[in-house]
Design a protein around this ligand. Structure first.
Ligand code: NOJ
Length: 747
């Protein structure tokens, strides 16, 4: 047993002393809702939930709670748990700390677009510090699901399409949340989710079934989980959907043979909310009791339950032998080990005064701004419209409903934010140009009306919608006039934050409502237009990519989003982010990603559709900056030429502009022949480098045998072929600086 799983004498003693009911209690996590007073449309069960949970606490049969973020409340509930249980076992508080707690960072897909592990680790370390200060011990994050279908709203929570980038991001997030080890001060447990394959939902419909080939499973969807586990993640969350016909949360092969035996995971597994009970919904389990037994026996240790968790039935299952005492103890031990490692037996409470200080730390807001500056992706910059010269502007128009919306600026999956200090794009530009130029703001169009309620409606968390008396025609006319009258117009378009995220799939990637119309009218004025996209998925911007000179993807940039955007627009900072996904032209091309294999009639590649190109609008890895880079002289060096040797690839990166800059140099590999067909290009290494204006830097990458190994459906096993490789290095998946190398069978 390694460190993470080892239980000390206290835990073994508890296992000897606890009743079956108390043990089962440790395996249940209840939602504890703090619904705002006066909230409308609250499900009556949800409204009663706090009393039900407190009754269970009084009996000592609760292991964990989620959704409590107030430090007074965590202390109060903790006291009830400790005093309610004969053995004084503290609660573990979990929460969706996805991209910040009080200080909101750019959404996860944006952080991934920084391709910067340091920035990501720092962001999650701040989130962990704030969470720990209020009594939260565990984040239901990172989401490490690969997403290749942008119709799926949860693409925003992950790192995009690529297993290597997603693995680097996953490990950085785990390090950020957990620090140097489980139990490090000011840190919390990381819970990578949703194990596994959840991002491949059919049709991009959240929660729906996933049918994944073995090669996709091992080569694409599993690596980020492996990276997160290797980085020491203390928890894993199981997924909602069927994986190849067996529900992920009742899947022994997945949760035990793959997770434990193959990946060596030693922490505890929690289900997604209600996912054990859901085994009935899947027509898999006969009833709640059967669901609980099958989830536990498959490898789930704790059930996250909203409504009467199935695990409440487990006492009877242990009594009649459907669950063995050993399996029960194993699960309880895993939960208690985490509580012990976090030091909760010694220090279960938080210092409320200290939490106030931590949450108010302006250094955290600075970190968030820095992350937003590093996350933005410059998609297009014709005629070098950006950066704008603040000195030469007198009138600036800012348009679009998202430009002035604080709630949208911070994005989905946040609950404890402070809107008062959130800086919108309009605020940021006004502040930057104060005293030098006039800034007019016009919304122009309304945010679209929801077609079904947001799942977070009960928390008062929907995006603002237009007031009843919103005069759409007048607003539109005012916006176009403002654009016509300005030196430059900055237009912020995209999706309001509750159009994306969990249970927010879209069948269409167009700009919502009348946004496209507004964009076209603004461009028709002849005023130079900068389009800022606020989004977490690629949108259909084919027209903009032809007709709008500058397009900057700012994602949902967080608490200081507007300040970061202003710094980028006026050149105080330069964008250096790169796309973590392939940007399709239209939804009909979905799914599309850079690591496709070659097939019959490759010359017709661009012509597979009768009505559309086969190439994307922007390639994976694409992102411009305020200078330009050239790649030359790709060299291959190594000591040996065997399959087990590491190959070193170097390239010259020249900053061809007159401004210092940052570039993410990317290495793509292609295997010419072998046991399987291999992707035409696959990201295998990248490095973020700073190059001074006019300078050339040599950038070196290692291509290890591990990076060349893959799972093949021919032998149904891992293989490492002796073959010939093409290697390209450049600033996107369209890189063209090329070399090749051969690896031979080891002597
Ligand atoms: C359901 C989501 O799928 C999961 O990601 C989240 O952590 C839980 N709800 C708790 O909010």
């Amino acid at each position: 047993m390694t460190e993470n799983a080892a239980a000390g004498p206290r835990i073994e003693q508890l296992l000897a002393d606890l009743t079956t009911k108390e043990k089962v209690g440790q395996l249940i996590q209840y939602f504890y809702f703090s619904i705002p007073a006066g909230a409308e449309g609250v499900d009556p069960f949800m409204a009663r939930q706090p009393q039900a949970v407190e009754a269970a606490l009084a009996e000592g049969s609760v292991g964990s709670l989620l959704f409590v973020t107030d430090p007074e409340q965590t202390n109060r509930l903790q006291k009830q748990a400790i005093e309610g249980s004969v053995h004084g076992i503290p609660l573990l508080f979990g929460f969706d700390v996805i991209h910040g707690l009080r200080t909101i960072f750019p959404v996860p897909i944006a952080l991934a677009a920084s391709w910067d592990a340091d920035t990501i680790e720092r962001a999650q370390a701040v989130a962990a510090k704030e969470a720990r200060a209020v009594g939260i011990h565990w984040a239901f994050a990172p989401m490490v699901d690969i997403a290749r279908d942008p119709r799926w709203g949860r693409i925003i929570e992950g790192a995009g399409e690529d297993p290597l980038l997603a693995s680097v991001v996953a490990a950085a997030q785990v390090r950020g949340f957990q620090g140097s080890e489980l139990g490090a001060p000011d840190h919390i447990v990381a819970g990578p989710k949703h194990f596994a394959g959840y991002g491949a939902a059919l049709g991009g419909r959240d929660y729906d079934e996933v049918d994944l080939s073995d090669q996709e499973f091992w080569n694409t969807y599993l690596p980020p989980f492996k990276a997160a586990i290797d980085a020491g993640a203390g928890n894993i969350m199981s997924a909602y959907m069927d994986l190849n016909g067996v529900p992920a949360s009742g899947n022994h092969w997945l949760l035990t043979e793959v997770l434990r035996d193959e990946l060596g995971f030693e922490g505890f597994v929690v289900t997604d909310a209600n996912a054990a009970k859901d085994l009935q919904t899947h027509h898999f389990a006969a009833d709640a009791a059967d669901a609980a037994v099958r989830a536990l026996n498959a490898g789930v240790d704790m059930e996250m339950g909203v409504f009467q968790p199935a695990f409440e039935t487990l006492v009877a299952a242990v009594d009649d032998g459907r669950v063995s005492a050993a399996r029960l103890d194993e699960a309880v031990r895993r939960v208690l080990v985490v509580k012990e490692k976090l030091g909760l037996f010694e220090q279960p409470y938080v210092d409320v005064q200290e939490s106030v200080r931590v949450l108010a730390d302006t250094g955290h807001r600075d970190e968030s701004q820095r992350a937003a500056e590093r996350s933005a992706v410059l998609l297009r910059n014709e005629g070098v419209l950006l950066p704008l010269s603040a000195e030469s502007l007198t009138k600036v128009a800012v348009l679009g409903p998202l430009a002035g919306s604080k709630r949208d600026t911070i994005g989905p999956w946040v609950f404890d934010f402070d809107l008062d200090e959130t800086v919108t794009v309009v605020d940021g530009i006004r502040e930057r140009l104060a005293g030098t130029a006039s800034v007019t703001y016009e919304q122009g169009v309304a945010e679209p009306k929801r077609t079904f309620p947001s799942m977070f409606e009960a928390f008062g968390d929907s995006s603002p919608s237009a007031p009843a008396d919103f005069d759409a025609d007048a607003a539109f006319t005012r916006a176009v006039e403002a654009a016509a009258d300005a030196d430059v117009a900055v237009i912020v378009l995209g999706e309001q934050q509750d159009m994306i995220g969990e249970n927010a799939s879209r069948s269409d990637l167009s700009l919502p409502g009348d946004q496209q119309k507004l964009l076209e009218a603004a461009v028709a004025t002849g005023t130079p237009i900068v389009l800022l996209l606020m989004n977490g998925r690629p949108l259909d911007v084919r027209w903009a990519a032809q007709n709008v000179p500058a397009i900057l993807d700012i994602w949902y940039p967080g608490t200081r989003g507007g300040s970061a955007v202003a710094a980028l627009l006026f050149g105080d900072a330069a964008p250096a982010g790169k796309l973590p996904f392939t940007w399709p032209r239209s939804v009909g091309q979905v799914p599309i990603h850079h690591a496709a294999t070659r097939s019959h009639a490759p010359d017709a590649q661009g012509k597979r559709y009768w009505d559309e190109e086969s190439t994307p609008l922007f390639p994976f890895g694409h992102g411009l900056t305020y200078t330009s880079f050239e790649y030359s002289e790709v060299r291959v060096d190594r000591d040996g030429s065997g399959v087990n040797d590491t190959v070193t690839v170097s390239v010259n990166v020249t900053n061809a502009g007159d401004r210092d800059g940052v570039e993410v140099a990317q290495l793509y590999l292609h295997q010419r022949f072998g046991t399987s067909s291999r992707p035409l290009r696959q990201l295998k290494a990248f490095r973020r480098v700073e190059v001074a204006a006019g300078a050339t830097q040599t950038v070196t990458f290692e291509v290890t045998p591990e990076e060349r190994r893959y799972w093949s459906a021919a032998p149904h096993d891992w293989v490492l072929d002796a073959t010939v490789f093409d290697v390209w290095v450049g600033g996107s998946a369209d890189a063209d600086a090329h070399a090749e190398f051969t690896v031979a069978v080891d002597a």
